[in-house]
Design a protein around this ligand. Structure first.
Ligand code: B12
Ligand code: SF4
Ligand code: SF4
Length: 338
């Protein structure tokens, strides 16, 4: 068996601040599981498949242990110099692709394991078959906050997680009997701040109202949904920014966004697919594709009410410079908002 101390020391040399382990077994499906959400139809479509969640043996036959790692990230990138940069990208999706960062670290651990025990490993972050934060919870890395996120005692909720399946036997840090809810106490700052009322009741979540979800959906949005979106271009950080558990973090050890995480909408309108890839391929939000982001940018522009942006839009439309697929939506928004 590999002791947790040895693994933790290896993680430290690889620059991994958060690490935990658990025995790979069938995991109990909690009350508020994916199954109950599926029944209500209230899912985003990005959730892992129900038949695999909680069943690591189905993903890797013979798996013995799971390592979960977390990378804390900067939540408050500096203000944008351009006052017309109104479209906001959530901090974790700007300046780097966190999937790559997490997987690089996991690959480092996989290689360390190869040198110390049996070799076979599988690594995942976000798009894998299991539920990342449930694994992190089971590995003892945090508890659930009212904002839905897993809150780490030292690093708060602004942490991205990934995991590694291995046939090696590792000492477990799992706390299967841990209380699942964070000590939010009487605090309800995230619920009060959420613009769309996605955080409901006690620790409840309405996925289909969440702005982060709306910015990632390709389907046509309703008038109300476009209102909720405000100036969020991709993702939403509001319920994390107000959370007192994210205020005291060691800034120097966080994943850093490269520049202010805001864009001028016309920067997106002026790009074609190729130009978009060249300019933004290394950012976490690029996977969503230019068309959906241009749609969001137009909604952000109208929601900002910025007269200079609206005047430029009128000129671009007159001169036929706007992307064709946005013309109909612009007519609708003009009638609704102006
Ligand atoms: C689908 C998804 C979304 C959807 C739905 C989110 C949701 N709350 O379910 C949308 C698009 C809205 C979304 C938004 C965001 N997401 Co997201 N998302 C995911 C994804 C891919 C799957 C989550 C899922 O299965 N949801 C379905 C529900 C049922 O699952 P769940 O809430 O996690 O609950 C499961 C367990 O955690 C457990 N559980 C839940 N509550 C409780 C309570 C108790 C008592 C117990 C015991 C267990 C338990 O039961 C469920 C088992 O099926 C994960 C990555 C992954 N593959 O796991 C990232 C993930 C959850 N997202 C993440 C992030 C960072 C975000 C955003 C902050 C991004 C942004 N800036 O916009 C927002 C935050 C929105 C919010 N307030 O939750 C991080 C969360 C990190 C953290 N510290 O918690 C994850 C883990 C990605 C990662 N690899 O780091 N996301
Ligand atoms: S991410 Fe935004 S919309 Fe979603 S729950 Fe948090 S504050 Fe509400
Ligand atoms: S803002 Fe308050 S209620 Fe919401 S998760 Fe943070 S501590 Fe809990």
């Amino acid at each position: 068996m590999i002791s947790f101390q040895r693994l933790k020391a290896a993680a430290q040399t690889l620059g991994i601040p958060i690490i935990g382990t658990l025995e790979a077994m069938d995991m109990p499906v909690p009350e508020r599981s994916l199954a109950s959400k599926l029944k209500k139809g209230a899912i985003s479509g990005f959730e892992p498949p129900l038949e695999l969640v909680g069943k690591p043996e189905k993903v890797m036959p013979g798996v013995k242990s799971i390592i979960v790692i977390g990378l804390p990230y900067e939540l408050f990138p500096g203000p944008a110099a351009d006052p017309l940069a109104v479209c906001e990208v959530s901090a974790m999706a700007w300046g780097y692709d966190y999937h790559d960062r997490v997987k690089e670290k996991l690959a480092g651990l996989a290689s360390w394991l190869r040198d110390h025990d049996s070799g076979e490993t599988m690594v995942f972050c976000d798009t894998g078959p299991l539920n990342d934060r449930y694994l992190a919870f089971l590995a003892g890395l945090g508890t659930y906050g009212r904002n839905q996120l897993l809150i780490h005692e030292r690093w708060g909720s602004a942490v991205v997680y990934g995991y590694l399946l291995t046939k090696a036997t590792l000492e477990s840090t799992g706390r299967l009997d841990a209380a699942p809810y964070s000590e939010c106490g009487s605090c309800r700052l995230c619920q009060e701040a959420c613009p769309s009322g996605a955080l409901q009741g006690d620790y409840e979540f309405a996925t289909t109202r969440c702005i982060s979800n709306l910015t990632q959906q390709k389907r046509a949005l309703t008038e109300k949904e476009m209102d909720w979106m405000g100036t969020s271009l991709y993702g939403c950080d509001i319920c994390q920014r107000v959370c007192p558990k994210n205020k005291k973090r060691e800034e120097s050890r966080l994943l850093k966004s490269a520049t202010p995480n805001r864009l001028n909408p016309f920067e997106l309108f002026s790009l074609n697919k190729r130009g978009f890839q060249e300019r933004f391929h290394h950012h976490g939000f690029a996977w969503r594709g230019l068309k959906t982001l241009q749609r969001n940018a137009l909604i952000n522009l109208y929601n900002s009410g910025n007269v200079q942006l609206l005047a430029t839009l009128a000129v671009w439309e007159r001169e036929g410079k706007m992307p064709a697929q946005l013309c109909e939506l612009s007519r609708i928004l003009e009638t609704e908002k102006l």
